[in-house]
Design a protein. Structure first.
Length: 119
């Protein structure tokens, strides 16, 4: 009886390559999703920080009633802001609202912060 050579058949190699390809595609999708989520999280954190800074600037001294908007200076010029200060229910208090926006027209994101200033 002739001795049979050991090795993988073509079908076994193709199945292994298909499994490896599927695994690599899934790993790529997971990694690119994680990178996109990390970038989005960085933008949200930066927007919240910028908004909080603007909010604190406008809480002291006691703010007047105003509504204005603008852009943050570079390197944060991709973020725009809107400040709204309006009379609260109590005469010695003001509602202070800050809205920070960023992103393109097709996908704009917003962070809104609010506080109350008192005399």
């Amino acid at each position: 009886m002739p001795e049979r050579k050991r090795g993988f058949t073509l079908i076994e190699v193709l199945v292994a390559l298909a499994i490896l390809s599927g695994t690599l595609v899934l790993a790529y999708q997971v990694m690119s999703g994680a990178i996109a989520a990390e970038e989005r999280s960085e933008r949200w954190t930066a927007a919240a920080f910028l908004g909080e800074s603007l909010l604190r600037e406008n809480l002291s001294p006691f703010p007047g009633i105003v509504e204005k908007e603008g852009k943050f200076p570079p390197p944060d010029d991709e973020y725009s802001w809107k400040l709204i200060v309006k009379q609260a229910l109590h005469s010695d208090a003001r509602e202070v609202h800050v809205i920070v926006k960023w992103g393109g027209e097709d996908h704009e994101e917003t962070v809104a912060l609010a506080s109350v200033a008192v005399k």
